[in-house]
Structures are given as C-alpha cells and as structure tokens.
Design a protein around this ligand. Structure first.
Ligand code: NAD
Ligand code: MN
Length: 502
C-alpha cells in the first residue's frame, strides 16, 4: 500500500505498515509483530517490525526532506493551513479513531474521546501558535543592530509510551512540524495503531514525504538506536524515568537536544476547609482516570487530619460505584490494564504494601469483568495506614492504586508533597485562595491543580521538575524546543570599521 494523497485507507484493518519517506513499508526483514486488545486479550492486528536498517532509512528520509526544505521553507501560513487540514481530517474520522484507540489500549470511551479530541486540538493550537512564533530585535550600542531567527532544529526522533497513544503522538508531531522540523516517531509497541493512522492523515493533508516518518518496533533496539543515531538532531522522549536516563546518556554522544517527559508520583492535598464533595470527586478522577495509567495520576493522597474520616467515608463509598466494563460503553469509568505484565507489576506493589503492614481499604486484586474474562483488569484500589518509606508511596505504580495518609498543617502538607524524587504535578483542594496560592508556590512540580481535576489543555505548559524530566510540551514555549535561536549582528554605520587600527 502506498500513501498517495488520494488513497482511502481503513482506520481499522488487519495489518499496519510503517511510513518512511511518504510510503508504507514493511520492515527490512519482512517481519511483523502482533498488537492486542488489552480488554479481551485477543490479537488485534499485525504491525511491521522495524530493524536498525529501517531506522537508517527513516533518518535518511527525514534528513533529505529537511535539507531539500520543501516543508521548512514553505510559507508559514501554508504549514499552518496544512496542520489545520490534519485536524479537520481527524475530526471527520473522530469516531473511528476513538474506536481504534480503545481497541488498542483498553481505555474507556470517555477517556478516549477526550484524548483524541485533544490530539486534534493540538494540531489546531500549533497551527495558530506557529504563525506568531518569532525572533526579537535586541538593543545594541551605536550603529549595530541585532535580530534573532528561530530556525527549525532538524531531524527529531520522538519516542512515546502506551498510556496516551494518540495524544502523545500529537504532543510530539504537532509542534515539531509546525516549526519545519522532520520527525521519526516511534510509538510504544503495545499501542502503535492510532499513531500510524495519524501519520497517514498527515500525508493525506499534504505534508510532504519524509517530514513525518513512523517506525514501529522494539524500544530496546530501534528506540535505543534512534537515541544514539548520528543523523538525529534531537530526541523528545516520554516514558519511564529509567528509560529517559538511558536515552539521555546515549544522546550525549552527539550532543543531541533532549527533552524528557518522565514518571510521576503526584500528591493530592485535601485541606480541611475544602469543598469535600468536590475534593472526593476530583480525587477519584485524579487517580482512576485512564485506569491510573497516567503520568500525572494523583497517586499520593494526603488529607488534613480533622477531615480524614469524613473524607474517606465518601471516597471509599464512591470508589465502589466505579464501573469496570466494556471500554466501548459510555457508562464505563475504568478500563483495562495495558498488559498482563503491567497487571503483575501493579499486583506486586499491592502485595508489598500488605507485607509492609499497610491496609487495603478497597480492591487489591484482579477484577473479573463479565464478557472480558481473558483481558487484563484490576480493581480500583485504596491503600491506607501507609508510611513514607513504603515502596507503594515512593515508586510510580502506574495503575489504579492510591495511597492515603494524613497531614496536620500546611507546613507538613508541603513537606510531604515534596518528599519525592518526582515533580510532575500536584493537586490542592481548599476554599482558601491565599493558602492555595501559597502552597502552589512551594510545591516542586511542573503542574499544579487548584480545586481542579484537569491539568492539560493545549496552551498550558506540561512537564516535570526533578526526575520527572525537563522541557515543556503542549504550549507556546515548546516551539523554542524545536528551534535554534540564531543571532544576527549587523553593522549599519556608513563609516567602515577598522578594529585593529591598521
Ligand atoms: P517506557 O519507558 O517503557 O517506554 C516508552 C517508549 O520508549 C516506548 O516507545 C518504548 O518502546 C521505548 N523504549 C523502551 N526502552 C528504550 C530504550 N532503551 N531506548 C529508547 N527507547 C526505549 O514507558 P511506558 O511503559 O511505555 O510508559 C509508562 C511511563 O511513561 C510511565 O513512567 C509514565 O509516567 C510515563 N509517562 C510520562 C508522561 C509525561 O508527560 N511526563 C506522559 C505519559 C507517560
Ligand atoms: Mn514500560
């Protein structure tokens, strides 16, 4: 299959190939791997398996596209229009994209709808933002002038995780191509399908060949090779903190630009003066949205002592009402876990908490879901009576598991919130605006939510402090992370300069 602009392709199909230099292609060895439906455990489609030779091909295609400059030198309004067209094609195929995202990830319908919509809005946001992305004119002494140019960085490798397959692909591709860069996207092997279709849509909308390439395959071979490849100018990575460290080390060999969006263990602080019902609802969403498989999951819940009992009674009662069911149903709150392996990781964490003396207040094991007996499901789980040294409090679990503890005052709340190597997000629940502002200023995290269950919208910066990574996505500033600033100094005087006095 080729990706000629006129081709009508099915969003849902049995086989998905890579796209290199504008053409669909199998891997150089002709191998395929199988991707599954996590809710049922059944095979969903076969996907081309990339080799190092395919990475070389993709880097070459991206380099050629960049150097010939058909995209980067096209007028900014044209790039902007093309990106709006990508968004409008995605809109016209919204329901199919949502369905494919659900089948490949096991997430619930409402979660998938929100995320696919945000992927669309990301392209629209950057279509608008790029038009006003500009350099500056800086003061210089005498008859000199200085202006700066924002030039696209070049060939960008973008490596993404499985928890928000389509949204992460948009967070990566949209700002990069807005600036004129070429990209090689490497989606997670568990969830490659919607990113492949998104790449096809980029071509349908008129992005020239070689500007957006997608290769599918093993992180340890293909992803790692991209991170060290001499032909790559930048690596943008989202995933586990450990993988991020490995990528940064490899990228250092050629001083690639690096941005990293890594793990989290975000605190959720409920003060005694909060609207308790809103705090309960927001805290449930904060941990159980996307089945807890969120980098910004509020997985450490700290309650002010005086309202602990009142809060917990409502929190546990409402958590019992969460519906695990067919991910394609509107009424489902909590979807499947991505894989059997991840299910085991989660269960081992919960078992370790029990062994260390914590109390499992709710859940704590695999869930049985009618009609989905062979899928990967875990009960929404609430763990109490924990201390700060327990593994479940320190490490990212990446599942529907929250640990709950108390604080006695504002000072202790801040201390506990910051007692982590991570710094991605935090939530604060209080009606006292001055206190909320104070605490927001003291917490070391890239995103703070005040009385809000939601954190990420196109335009709002998203990224980490500490070991949650660096760089910001989803915002205007991201454009600077895909460009170099060139400073041009010009002498504008009429008298020739003779600095050596010769
Ligand atoms: P992961 O690190 O296992 O894999 C992420 C990607 O990297 C995949 O495409 C994988 O194939 C690839 N990869 C694996 N090993 C590699 C290597 N050695 N070199 C290069 N590439 C490699 O992450 P995951 O399990 O897919 O996703 C879960 C993690 O992602 C969690 O830690 C979560 O917090 C994080 N995450 C962070 C954000 C954020 O914005 N900060 C957003 C979503 C997810
Ligand atoms: Mn992983």
């Amino acid at each position: 299959m080729s990706t000629a602009k006129t081709e009508i392709y099915a969003v849902k199909r049995d086989q998905y190939d890579m796209i290199i230099g504008g053409h669909s292609t199998a891997g150089s060895e002709g191998e395929y791997f199988v991707t599954y439906n996590p809710a049922t455990g059944e095979p969903l489609a076969k996907v081309a398996k990339a080799t190092k030779a395919d990475v070389d091909r993709a880097v070459q295609a991206a380099r050629t596209a960049f150097e010939t400059g058909k995209w980067k030198r096209s007028p900014v309004n044209k790039r902007s229009r093309t990106m709006n067209k990508i968004a409008s094609i995605m809109r016209s195929r919204f329901n199919e994209l949502v369905e494919l995202e659900i089948l490949n990830s096991g997430k619930s319908l409402s979660a998938a709808q929100g995320q696919v919509m945000q992927a669309i809005e990301d392209f629209e946001f950057y279509a608008g933002a790029i038009v006003s992305h500009r350099g500056a004119v800086n003061p210089m002494p005498g008859p000199f002038m200085n202006y700066t140019l924002k030039e696209p960085l070049g060939v960008c490798a973008q490596i993404i995780p499985w928890n928000y397959p389509m949204m992460m692909a948009a967070w990566k591709i949209a700002p990069a191509i807005a600036t004129g860069c070429s990209v090689i996207l490497k989606p997670a092997s568990l969830t490659p399908l919607t990113a492949i279709v998104m790449t096809e849509i980029c071509h349908e909308a008129g992005v020239p060949e070689g500007v957006v390439n997608i290769i599918t395959g093993d992180g340890a071979t293909v992803g790692s090779y991209l991170a060290e490849h001499e032909g790559v100018d930048k690596v943008a990575f989202t995933g586990e903190t450990g993988t991020g460290k490995d990528i940064m080390a490899k990228a250092s060999q050629t001083l690639k630009r690096v941005t990293l969006e890594l793990g989290g263990k975000s605190p959720n602080l409920v003060f005694a003066d909060a609207d308790l019902d809103a705090a309960v609802d927001g805290s449930l969403f904060g941990i159980f949205y996307n089945t807890g498989q969120s980098c910004e999951a509020r997985s450490r819940l700290y309650i002010e002592e005086s309202v602990y009992d009142a809060f917990m009674e409502k929190f546990v009662e409402k958590a019992k009402k969460l519906v695990l069911g067919n991910p394609l149903d509107q009424g489902t709150h909590v979807g499947a876990i991505i894989s059997e392996r991840q299910l085991e990781v989660i269960d081992n964490y919960v078992k370790s908490a029990e062994k260390e003396g914590a109390t499992i207040a709710l859940g704590g094991g695999r869930a049985k879901v009618d009609g989905f007996e062979n899928g990967h499901w875990y009960l929404p789980t609430i763990i109490t009576e924990v201390n700060e040294d327990m593994k479940v409090v320190k490490e990212e679990i990446f599942g529907p598991v929250v640990v709950v503890s108390t604080f006695k005052d504002e000072k202790e709340a801040v201390k506990l919130a910051n007692n982590t190597d991570f710094g991605l997000a935090a939530a604060i629940w209080t009606k006292d605006h001055a206190k909320a502002t104070r605490v927001a200023g003291m917490i070391q995290a890239g995103t703070i939510m005040i009385n809000s269950p939601f954190s990420a919208f196109p335009g709002t910066p998203f990224g980490g402090y500490k070991q949650s990574g660096f760089g910001r996505e989803l915002c205007i500033e991201t454009l600077d992370l895909y460009t170099e600033t060139k400073s041009v100094v010009s002498y504008t005087g009429s008298r020739p300069l003779n600095p050596f006095n010769l």
